[in-house]
Write a protein that binds this ligand. Structure first.
Ligand SMILES: [Zn+2]
Length: 182
């Protein structure tokens, strides 16, 4: 198993500034939200399966993939000279935080339930972290019920729906949180 320093060096070789930044950010998030307990693995910038999500965690490899499009600037820059300072760090950090929740759940016993988001372990992590973020939301495991012959998710009032749960915390941020930065 590689150390943090070794993995960071590999990431810098592969992704330059982005590799360095993301490892520093991972460490910061680990200390802030996960008691420094997550075990580091590779973090790469690449496509995610079917481009379905902005990030992906592969438990068997302890690998975090951040979608390569996250490297793009928030707004097309006037000069078209894309520089690392244009990276939407808040957004990437939230995607990384989401993948680190999967990492923690996996590394502390895994989950049982409908899928990697709609299960008690993930939901408990969301409720724990959202308090630390100061976002006023609530998550509960979503049950399905049949209404008029249709299988429908039963979302408790004031709780995240499946889409929001699957995209926490970026689904729960205000638009200006990401795009109000200068
Ligand atoms: Zn996820």
């Amino acid at each position: 198993m590689s150390t943090f320093a070794e993995l960071k060096i590999e990431a810098i070789k592969a992704f330059g500034y982005f590799g360095e930044w993301v490892f520093d950010e991972w460490k910061k998030l680990n200390d802030t939200f996960f008691y420094g307990e997550n075990i580091v693995g590779e973090i790469i910038w690449a496509a995610t399966p079917q481009d379905r999500s902005l990030g992906c965690y592969f438990p068997d490899k302890n690998l975090i993939v951040l979608h390569k499009t996250l490297m793009r600037p928030v707004y097309p820059t006037i000069t078209l000279n894309w520089e690392p300072r244009h990276l939407n760090k808040r957004k990437v950090s939230d995607v990384l935080l989401h993948e680190m929740i999967h990492q923690r759940v996996h590394q502390t016993g895994g989950w049982e339930g409908e899928n990697s988001h709609n299960n008690l372990r993930f939901v408990n992590e969301v409720n724990r972290i959202t308090k630390l973020l100061g976002i006023d939301i609530n998550a509960k495991v979503i049950q399905w019920q049949t209404i008029h012959g249709k299988i429908t998710p039963c979302v408790k009032s004031g709780c995240l729906n499946i889409e929001e749960l699957s995209n926490f915390p970026y689904s729960s941020r205000s638009h200006s949180y990401y795009y109000g930065q200068s």
